[in-house]
Design a protein around this ligand. Structure first.
Ligand SMILES: [Mg+2]
Length: 212
């Protein structure tokens, strides 16, 4: 019997794909909502669904608590509870993330993270969520994404940046990347395209067809 080698041929050796972290690879909006809902439920206040959360959630916390009906004298205690819940609540990966990352890595793409989050937060999520260890570079605590993206751009002839905020997409286009926006409840495809997204996806494995 002839055995067929099903390992993919390396085809993405000329391609680099960099990712924003929070809201793109790791979804933390749910974590913020879960923490807020614990605070509200303890006080007998109505909890927020996904759509309502994305409409009403605005920092600073004290003002948010005020709008949601907590008396001012309770804001400090509520904030402490919120922080405790946030630290204890698990984040999750965007749908299709693990498959997308392992497939791109196997095909030889250069993969990286360029994120404003701290290195500790990225490492924590990476371990807690068992994100495939595929990264060629991880840049955390990035204040100026444009500068970082410009610095990485010569790495490979073809480059994509995947992000969930308008700023991600503006920086990506300005630095010569194909900007890919990830859409969900808080970011509409129209807004992402207006900010420079050439493609808009919901699941990360949709990226495979775009990159190939
Ligand atoms: Mg983000």
């Amino acid at each position: 019997m002839v055995r067929i080698d099903r390992r993919p041929v390396v085809t993405l050796g000329e391609t680099m794909v960099l990712f924003d972290w929070n809201g793109t690879v790791v979804l933390d909006a749910d974590r913020a909502r879960a923490a807020l809902n614990v605070v509200l439920a303890r006080r007998g206040l109505p909890t927020l669904g996904e759509a309502e959360f994305s409409l009403r959630f605005r920092l600073p916390l004290a003002q948010l608590f005020g709008r949601l009906g907590l008396p001012e004298a309770d804001h400090a205690a509520a904030e402490e509870e919120w922080n405790t819940e946030l630290a204890a609540t698990q984040t999750r990966l965007r749908e299709g993330a693990a498959e997308c990352l392992t497939t791109l890595a196997r095909a030889g793409a250069w993969l990286g993270v360029v994120s404003a989050a701290s290195a500790a937060a990225v490492r924590f999520d990476q371990r807690a969520l068992a994100v495939p260890a595929v990264w060629n570079c991880v840049d955390a605590s990035v204040g100026d994404k444009l500068e970082l993206l410009l610095r990485h751009r010569p790495q490979r002839p073809i480059a994509f940046y995947v992000g969930d905020s308008a700023d991600d997409l503006r920086c990506a286009s300005a630095a010569g990347y194909t900007a890919v926006g990830v859409a969900d409840a808080d970011s509409s495809p129209g807004a992402l395209r207006a900010a420079g997204a050439a493609h808009v996806i919901e699941r990360l494995d949709e990226l495979l067809a775009i990159v190939a």
